[in-house]
Design a protein around this ligand. Structure first.
Ligand code: EPZ
Length: 424
């Protein structure tokens, strides 16, 4: 297993290119199942999660051509030869559940393994299933699989989500494009990845209105056709790298990022004393000699503060000049980075869904363990601001969501390298 070694204390200067959004691409790829024409995605991120989704689609009979080293994906679902998404792929990546809606809408039947929980929480899929039932599907849970059928096709309906769910909104948005009649999604997720998916579906011939608001209306059509669609910039990668100069000091321009993708987060960064400036090519973030100021954070669905940036923000606040409070309101167990940051000298108290961080003068590098994707990158960020060397183990978590992190950071002057552990 690889580790990442970071030697802290270097101020940063330079530019970091922001890649296409993992969480947009993981919904856009299954959209190809809705048509027998090829769907081309450009600006696709080169990540292990994307390769896993490619494997899943190929196991269903899709042809996936990966051009420009994965930057362009051409996905052809001429026909879906196999309608079963196997547990051994689904358990590796929960987003696999997003093939359920499209397969059901296209062919009237699908068998998808329940994804199971993950490190950050139980993460049920009951809202996905409730919504598909509202569109006329019959669902049966057997041997850990969802057996879904709609022999006479899906019909439009009103889906009232009791809580905001990104994945359930995406599954229903895709399924509704081929349902007979009108579908209304209420309390829908408003994330930029949802807007990006709607734009791609519209380019494929879908009739959708209201994406980005809490009510999305879809008029079903008989069939969709292929399209070419650029994956939207990754706002979580953007926010993550905005924190690098904030923690290490210096100035970095995030090329391809847009402030409006991370508005709530950028506001909090400015409240913490970090300067955020929009440029012609992206967003420039700097902190020179000013202290980091404590701030309070509550995670919320978009446009609120993203849960996927909570761990990274905590890394910054461990060095603030005072006490900060972070409330994690989306997932039930998303503070696993806290004990690892404590090993580096941070002062953090976790009580249920809230963490209190008392800033310290400096962190000390230490060997730490990655537990989930965003926790692992928060440890790297902390390492940038720590004295000495930090070794982050189990970086396979990292490679799921960050393309070439050590290259992007070392290009800005960070002392960071990937170490491949020889098999003992
Ligand atoms: C998406 O997960 C993202 N993943 C997550 O990013 C992100 O943290 C999350 O949205 C919230 O923004 C992808 O897009 C692939 P949800 P998703 O459905 O769709 C509960 C990362 O680090 N819920 O919005 O699974 C659920 O347990 C990942 O890139 C139900 O109860 O998130 C959670 O508490 C981590 N029933 C809350 O809703 C359901 O049927 C929000 O989940 C569905 C969800």
């Amino acid at each position: 297993m690889d580790s990442i070694l970071v030697r802290g204390g270097r101020r940063l200067a330079g530019r970091i290119p922001i890649s296409g959004a993992k969480n947009a691409c993981l919904a856009l790829m299954p959209a190809a199942l809705l048509t027998d024409d090829p769907l081309t995605l450009t600006n696709a991120p080169r990540l292990s999660d994307i390769r896993t989704m490619r494997q899943l689609l190929e196991s269903l009979g899709c042809e996936v051509a990966s051009l420009q080293a994965g930057g362009v994906l051409v996905i052809g679902a001429q026909e879906i030869a196999n309608h079963t998404a196997d547990y051994d792929i689904v358990r590796k990546m929960r987003a696999s559940i997003l093939v359920l809606g499209p397969m059901l809408a296209r062919d009237g039947h699908a068998v998808v393994s329940l994804p199971g929980g993950c490190a950050i929480g139980a993460r049920p899929v009951d809202l996905h299933l409730m919504g598909l039932e509202r569109l006329g599907a019959t669902l049966e849970l057997r041997d850990g699989y969802v057996h879904a059928s709609a022999p006479s096709g899906l019909r439009g309906g009103v889906v009232d989500f009791p809580m905001v769910s990104v994945g359930a909104t995406e599954n229903l948005l895709m399924a509704a494009t081929l349902a007979r009649g009108t579908t209304v999604l209420r309390n829908a997720a408003r994330e930029p990845e949802i807007v990006d998916l709607a734009r791609c579906l519209r380019a494929m011939g879908a009739q959708i209105a209201g994406e980005g608001t809490e009510t999305i209306e879809i008029e079903g059509v008989a069939r969709l056709h292929g399209a070419t669609h650029p994956v939207v910039a990754d706002r979580i990668e953007l926010g993550t790298y905005m924190l690098a100069p904030a923690i290490a000091g210096g100035e970095v321009e995030l090329v391809g990022g847009r402030r409006e993708l991370v508005a709530a987060f950028a506001d909090k960064l400015e409240e913490a004393g970090v300067s955020v400036e929009e440029t012609a090519e992206g967003v420039k973030v700097s902190r020179h000699n000013g202290r980091i100021l404590p701030v309070d954070v509550e995670t919320a669905p978009y446009p609120g503060f993203p849960t996927d940036l909570q761990a990274q923000m905590m890394a910054l606040l461990t060095l603030a000049d005072g006490v900060s409070r972070l409330e994690e309101r989306i997932f039930e167990n998303r503070f696993m980075h806290a004990p690892e940051l404590t090993r580096m000298g941070a002062r953090i108290e976790v009580h249920g869904g809230a963490a209190t961080v008392t800033g310290v003068e400096r962190l000390k590098g230490a060997p730490v363990m990655a537990t989930d994707l965003r926790a692992s990158v928060s440890l790297i960020l902390a390492g940038l601001g720590a004295e000495g060397e930090t070794r982050v183990a189990r970086v396979y978590h990292l490679d799921r969501g960050y393309e070439r992190v050590e290259e992007k950071l070392s290009a800005c002057g960070a002392e960071i390298e990937r170490v491949t552990e020889r098999a003992a």
